[in-house]
Design a protein around this ligand. Structure first.
Ligand SMILES: [Zn+2]
Length: 158
């Protein structure tokens, strides 16, 4: 049986870099991506269930497991500034994903310079490895995706 850490490493190892021309980075590497615009995937390991407490979403709670949140940063701070915030445990809750990152046992990020977040979501859903975790999560501004929070199915099924 894979534990959360093994599953986490397996997702990163099994990631198909050939289609998405990006790279996995650790929290120590975010500075290199300051002012770099593009999309990112944030891998989130949850060891316990998290109550979302978001009124607009039908799903009230997220089970323990592995999740991938997909976003983009096209502002001045770029992907580096955005990820620095995601990696920070102590912050005011502003976005949907903040409720997960403050509870995560592990976080890692895939950065895709010049990438589009919805392209990344659609690609991942097509692989069959990823499924919608919470409908509408993080995709309030998005017309095309069912969600920007995916479950990593292949690695979290017991
Ligand atoms: Zn989208």
């Amino acid at each position: 049986m894979m534990d959360a850490n093994q599953a986490f490493e397996a997702v990163r190892a099994g990631w198909d870099d050939s289609i998405l021309e990006g790279t996995w980075i650790t929290p120590c590497e975010v500075e290199a991506f300051r002012r770099v615009k593009g999309a990112y995937g944030l891998l989130i390991a949850l060891e316990h269930a998290v109550v979302l407490n978001i009124r607009k979403l039908k799903t009230a709670c997220v089970e323990p497991g592995l999740y991938l949140y997909v976003g983009s940063a096209y502002g001045a701070g770029g992907i580096g500034a955005r990820l620095a915030r995601h990696f920070k445990a102590d912050k005011a809750i502003h976005w949907h994903v903040d409720r997960l990152t403050v509870e995560a046992s592990r976080l890692a990020a895939f950065v895709w310079p010049d990438g589009q977040e919805c392209t990344l979501v659609n690609h991942l859903l097509k692989t069959g490895v990823y499924e919608v975790a919470v409908a509408g999560f993080g995709s309030s501004d998005c017309q095309s995706c069912p969600s920007h929070l995916l479950t990593v199915q292949a690695h979290t099924k017991k």
